[in-house]
Design a protein around this ligand. Structure first.
Ligand code: MN
Ligand code: MN
Length: 450
């Protein structure tokens, strides 16, 4: 197998790059906190809100935020935009537990939150670990209140209890899909009785929320509150060669694509970095990749570059564009080799992973990049000395899945999945190689400059 470390001249640079990535993971635990983080860095880099810019010329840098949960960045190239753009699309939502709209209840003198899981997760992995609560509440007057409990030093954390082994023989003999149900994922949030004997443990929790955030029970109705792992991202391995963290699917590609658009200079083609929400639940809704938001943004760029707009400009620009769907791949796991086919699997530390297709049951529901475009991307990487490997989503008929690739391809854009292969995907603690993280950054930069 290839080893990306061998392509990296200065290992210290690659290791240092991951320090910034780890910081991003610790702040960007939800799509909203990712958007805030990216916006802050983009503004430092000279990107401006496109709504505040009347006209655009080569070298200009703009961004647009979609409902606080999805951000798109662009750097205007020197060539005619009708000749196409170079797009990298990653997603910033990750599997988690969302609070239900009426979450708080009391049972057996304990206060708990009801949740509804978001994305494909193995429910047992979310019990007996420290959890944080992050999100927004819109109060009765329409004010936005940011909630963040469990992330700051000294904050309490939340958790979901699990059964002791001594009493778990019934549970342990069940199938894993049945041993933990969605309605069992109730978060423990309190146990102290109210000073007022007439009131309950739940009332005391409501008082605390009122004191800290000035929110009432009805405010949960208009809230998006996410339960995520409370632990921090960190280095993994005696050699510190890997990153362990929640949410690396797909913030690893989001961070590296963002850094690449910051650092690519003098591009001929307009560079676009799309950080999507809702990938984990099918890319639906107005902040997901299937939304018109993407086309609307490109249309707005065209209008501001050209000084006028007609729909054929947009159609031609999309047809001539190319896209890397930057999402995590599956690295072969030595503990679970049987689900992968070794000759076509990606490996941790093997460099950027190119997946010609994803899908399942006979390539169903995949865009399956055409050979010519795969060849083009391969040449871009080879010319730039980027370590790359091919990958697939497990062996044939083992399972499968999809990415945003097919939705961009549907817009008549040449698209291929190119990302970082990781271990323990969708677990609360996912593993990536620091060599692959750095290689992704270099590879995405080379793509923007192609
Ligand atoms: Mn993903
Ligand atoms: Mn995923």
């Amino acid at each position: 197998m290839k080893n990306a470390w061998k392509n990296i001249d200065d290992k210290k640079l690659a290791l240092a790059f991951s320090d910034g990535y780890i910081n991003f993971l610790n702040i960007g635990k939800t799509e909203r906190t990712c958007v805030d983080f990216v916006k802050g860095l983009a503004e430092e880099q000279g990107f401006k809100d496109i709504d505040a810019v009347p006209a655009l010329k080569a070298g200009d840098k703009v961004y647009k935020i979609n409902r606080g949960k999805n951000i798109i960045l662009a750097r205007i190239g020197s060539g005619d935009i009708i000749s196409g753009t170079n797009i990298i699309a990653a997603h910033i939502d990750s599997p988690r537990l969302d609070l239900k709209q009426n979450p708080l209840y009391e049972d057996s003198s304990l206060a708990l939150f009801k949740t509804h899981y978001y994305g494909g997760l193995k429910k047992y992995q979310w019990t007996a670990i420290p959890l944080s609560l992050i999100g927004v509440v819109i109060d009765a007057d329409g004010n936005t209140i940011n909630v963040n409990i469990g992330e700051d030093e000294g904050d309490p954390v939340l958790t979901i209890t699990d059964l002791l082994p001594h009493l778990a023989s019934d549970q342990m003999s069940k199938k894993m899909t049945e041993a933990f149900t969605g309605e069992d994922l109730n978060v423990l949030v309190g146990s102290m009785p109210h000073d007022d004997e007439e009131k309950t443990v739940k009332d005391y929790i409501l008082d605390i929320l009122k004191d800290k955030y000035n929110i009432t029970e009805e405010d949960f109705i208009s809230a998006e509150l996410e339960i995520v792992p409370a632990f921090k991202a960190c280095s993994v391995g005696l050699d510190s060669s890997m990153v362990g963290a929640y949410g690396q699917d797909d913030r690893v590609c989001a961070y590296t694509a963002m850094k690449a658009i910051f650092d690519c200079v003098d591009t001929t083609r307009t560079a676009v970095c799309y950080l999507a929400d809702k990938e984990e639940i099918g890319s639906i809704g107005n902040t997901g990749m299937k939304s018109r938001f993407f086309e609307n943004f490109i249309a707005e760029i065209i209008e501001k570059v050209k000084g006028n707009y007609n729909d054929m400009y947009l159609r031609r620009a999309l047809t001539a564009s190319m896209c890397l769907s930057a999402d995590v791949g599956v690295a072969l796991d030595p503990n679970y080799k049987s689900v992968s086919e070794e000759k076509n699997s990606a490996y941790l530390g093997g460099g950027l992973t190119m997946c010609k297709y994803t899908g399942s049951r006979g390539k169903y529901s995949t865009s399956d990049a055409n050979a010519e475009f795969v060849g083009k991307v391969r040449k871009i990487f080879n010319d730039a000395g980027i370590a790359w490997q091919t990958g697939e989503l497990g062996k044939v008929d083992q399972g499968g899945g999809g990415t945003v690739a097919q939705y961009i391809a549907n817009l008549d854009v040449d698209t291929i999945d190119v990302g970082v292969a990781i271990l323990s995907t969708h677990a609360p603690f996912e593993i990536a190689s620091k060599a692959d993280v750095y290689t992704a950054y270099l590879g995405y930069k080379a793509f923007y400059q192609a």
